[in-house]
Design a protein around this ligand. Structure first.
Ligand SMILES: [Zn+2]
Length: 219
């Protein structure tokens, strides 16, 4: 609300990716000031929701001429959705810059399949995620693939952005494919690091992903 006032903007719509309070808790207060559509997942409780969405739905964001389609991406929560446009995605708390969300309501297999959907978007797609967690995610990514030059370079780039007070977001799908360990669970380097950390061989990509996510939780 402060941003809208400062920039002289009017609220046109609210897009909700999932039901967590840090994403939707402010909706009632916004609706008290503006009567706007609230787009959100059909299977979760979203305050003030006017449009209940499932995968395959398409919406036009009023006032922006922005067409978005919906993907179901369960894992962080069971009804989590993404909004996908021509050259951007709002990935909520599923795909972060250099990381992924915690598995509160889903299985590792569900989360991995959701991340696969996002990873399949064109490389130049801008990734707008739900939190600025990039630097701490990169610290973990560097623990998994310490010598990876793309990762070291990205870490320097993102640190410089934060030092001058700029956001690291959005990133791109191509950048995530190259440096996000959770999109790289099928890579030999990531698997070897996770097997070493777990102290046992891991046969499937889902198993690698599950151990990787558990490792991050305790990092
Ligand atoms: Zn969340």
């Amino acid at each position: 609300m402060a941003y809208l006032e400062r920039e002289g903007l009017t609220l046109g719509a609210i897009l909700a990716t999932h039901h967590h309070g840090d994403h939707v808790g402010g909706i009632p207060a916004l609706l008290a000031g503006w009567q706007v559509p609230v787009f959100g997942p059909a299977t979760e409780a979203i305050p003030g929701r006017t449009h209940a969405l499932v995968e395959g739905d398409a919406i036009i964001v009023p006032g922006l001429d922005l067409e978005l389609s919906v993907l179901d991406i369960p894992g962080h929560t069971s009804g989590h959705i993404a909004f996908v446009g021509k050259d951007l995605v709002f990935s909520g708390d599923t795909l972060f810059a250099a990381g992924c969300g915690r598995l509160f309501e889903g299985t590792p297999a569900q989360m991995l399949s959701s991340l696969d959907k996002l990873a399949a978007l064109p490389g130049e797609t801008a990734v707008y995620c739900g939190h600025e967690y990039t630097l701490s995610n990169l610290r973990f990514a560097l623990a998994v693939e310490p010598g990876r030059s793309a990762l070291l370079q990205r870490n320097e780039r993102e640190q410089a952005k934060r030092e001058r007070g700029a956001p690291t977001l959005p990133s791109t799908v191509a950048e995530e494919l190259s440096t996000n360990p959770f999109l790289r669970a099928g890579e030999v380097t990531v698997r070897a690091a996770v097997e070493h950390h777990a102290g046992r061989p891991l046969r499937h990509r889902v198993g690698v992903f599950a151990e990787l996510r558990a490792w991050k939780n305790s990092f």
